[in-house]
Design a protein around this ligand. Structure first.
Ligand SMILES: [Zn+2]
Length: 585
């Protein structure tokens, strides 16, 4: 670069007084008070993340305690000979060691040798050891002796990003100061001051992006700022900043949440495609979406809005979108994103995994749609079930009529006589049950199919048995089945452990121990349920098999399971997969 006067902002705007240190007010106040009252310790430990001002504060501290005319509030005058020597880095009273690259015993000996030399034209010699946790064990031990009995004029300031790695014998000899991560508003305010000083136009929204990217480190924020200033020729806008920093525009996420609310699957998938076309990684995208949903969550309550760390304009947008969705929706949505993140590494088709997640996100507010569509399928599937006692001619003649009737009146069990059990079953949690979620999908096996096999016996003939029965009679029939079928080990052991519980008219629920038992029970339902119906002379009897609450749920679906699950539960998703020419691996 030919411009010799160019100084990077991190250096040019390095604070020279405690008051100008950004985001550490209470800490700098304490240091100033200690200096003003003359209560100085021999060793300090400055801890905190990188780029938050530890070394800067150590240098200001060294300068201030050597200042000949400190101000009444404990700042250095920046004018006396000592201050001038510090400003031009010619003071002999400050020695810095970066332990990250100089961590040997020899390096520490160099320091301890210097400790013996008294200060030149000042009162104190200050030794700053950066990244002190990097010192070797031997170096630590060599240093410990000096730290235990330092000369009056020697002050050590140790800095570290990893306090837990500093040995206790050192910790116990230091006054410890914990530096906070600098907040986004603090960084933005500082960038605004610097932009004004440099005559740079900068949109607050853009500075917000820079501050977010810096993740609490002022030094990083300033380097990023320089980079953006250089490439935008001093006109920093939100758009050129996100382009420059390869940050994904949060506008995509706002639009996506709108599609989730509207249940607009195609639009959600198209937005995801736009993001991919821009070259963004899918995992980055899904994590960004999770962060956006988290931001909406904290925007819902005024008390948690401080956690948003955004400038006012963007905050307002979050608050607005947050008001349009329920907390329940957001919890569920974040959960789906986290599941996607968990499964991402193992997924063979990462794109499909993300797309499935988006489909699920669109379905959160519209699960009833899936159920509505599933209902008419059942009678159709039930019709071909061969039933012995019925004359073949009567069945074929009746079948088409049955279908059309069932389509319109299926939800009323009493009206649609041929399929009385179908409606309660479809309204019951069948499509969302654990079985349909996790069962390995055999050909033609589906939630609707399972419901159909269950309703099959009810379609037997035109007379539907409706004899009333009591819970006790069902319990007896249940036990009778167990006794009569000793060879069906798995079913029997599941039945022995479970008791049907009444949940509605002729409707019962039975909780088994695990998904495997549930699958076996569902697969053989046609057998045991028709046996119970025969025993009770009631074809309206419906029993839903669930997994007991306490049973551990497998937390993770493999992408394949997820894909099959979606295809199984949502006919419109199946259609979508076909439309987009996707392949369920
Ligand atoms: Zn001074």
């Amino acid at each position: 670069m030919s411009d010799n006067n160019y100084i990077v902002s991190a250096r040019k705007y390095r604070p020279s007084t405690f008051a100008s240190v950004v985001g550490q007010q209470s800490l700098t106040h304490t240091l100033k008070t200690a200096i003003a009252s003359g209560r100085l310790a021999h060793a300090y430990l400055f801890c905190g993340p990188r780029g938050v001002g530890k070394t800067t504060c150590a240098r200001i501290f060294a300068k201030t305690i050597n200042c000949e005319h400190p101000t009444p509030d404990g700042e250095a005058c920046n004018e006396c000979a000592s201050c001038q020597a510090f400003a031009t880095q010619q003071s002999y009273n400050i020695t810095e060691l970066d332990a990250a690259s100089n961590n040997s015993v020899e390096d520490i000996r160099n320091i301890t040798d210097q400790v013996r030399i008294p200060p030149q034209g000042g009162r104190y010699r200050v030794f700053i050891i950066d990244e002190v946790h990097m010192l070797s064990n031997q170096a630590f031990n060599a240093f410990l002796k000096t730290l235990e009995e330092p000369p009056e004029y020697a002050i050590f300031i140790l800095a570290t990003t990893e306090k837990q790695k500093v040995i206790p014998t050192i910790l116990s000899r230091c006054q410890i100061y914990d530096f906070a991560r600098i907040t986004v508003p603090d960084i933005v305010a500082q960038l605004q001051r610097i932009a004004a000083d440099q005559g740079v136009e900068a949109a607050p929204e853009a500075l917000n992006v820079i501050a977010q990217k810096a993740d609490g480190a002022m030094r990083d924020a300033l380097s990023i700022f320089d980079q953006v200033v250089a490439s935008t020729e001093g006109h920093i806008t939100y758009q050129n900043t996100i382009a420059n920093l390869n940050v994904l525009d949060y506008d995509y996420y706002f639009r996506l949440v709108d599609t989730f609310v509207a249940g607009d699957v195609p639009q959600a998938l198209l937005i995801y495609k736009e993001v991919r076309d821009k070259g963004f990684d899918s995992l980055f995208f899904i994590n960004g979406l999770a962060a956006h949903l988290r931001n909406l969550m904290v925007s819902q309550t005024p008390a948690t809005r401080v956690l948003l760390e955004m400038d006012e304009q963007v905050s307002a947008r979050y608050v607005e979108q947050a008001a349009a969705v329920s907390a329940g929706f957001l919890y569920r949505a974040v959960d789906l994103c986290c599941t996607c993140d968990l499964n991402y590494r193992e997924a063979t088709s990462k794109q499909l995994l993300v797309e499935l997640t988006l489909v699920k996100l669109c379905q959160i507010l519209k699960p009833q749609e899936a159920k509505r569509e599933a209902t008419p399928i059942q009678p159709v599937a039930a019709a071909p079930q061969p039933t012995a006692p019925q004359p073949a001619a009567a069945q074929t003649a009746a079948a088409p009529v049955r279908q059309s009737v069932a389509r319109t009146v299926a939800p009323q069990p009493s009206a649609a006589a041929p399929t009385p059990a179908a409606a309660p079953q479809s309204a019951a949690p069948q499509p969302r049950s654990a079985a349909s979620r996790r069962r390995p999908v055999a050909a033609g096996q589906s939630a609707a199919g399972a419901a159909a096999t269950q309703s099959a016996p009810a379609a037997q003939g035109d007379t539907v048995r409706r004899e009333p029965f009591t819970d006790d009679q069902l319990a007896v029939a249940w036990q009778d089945y167990i006794k009569a079928h000793p060879s069906e080990h798995v079913i029997i052991s599941a039945m022995q452990m479970a008791t049907p519980v009444k949940i509605g008219d002729n409707q019962y629920s039975v909780a088994v121990a695990n998904v495997m038992q549930q699958n076996f029970m569902n697969d053989s339902k046609h057998k045991w349920l028709s046996s119970l119906r025969d025993a009770l002379r009631n074809d309206m009897l419906a029993i839903d098999v669930t997994v007991a609450e306490s049973a551990p749920e497998p937390a993770i679906l493999s992408p394949r399971e997820l894909a099959n699950d979606m295809a199984q539960r949502l006919p419109q998703f199946r259609a979508l997969v076909d439309d987009f020419g996707l392949r369920l691996s």
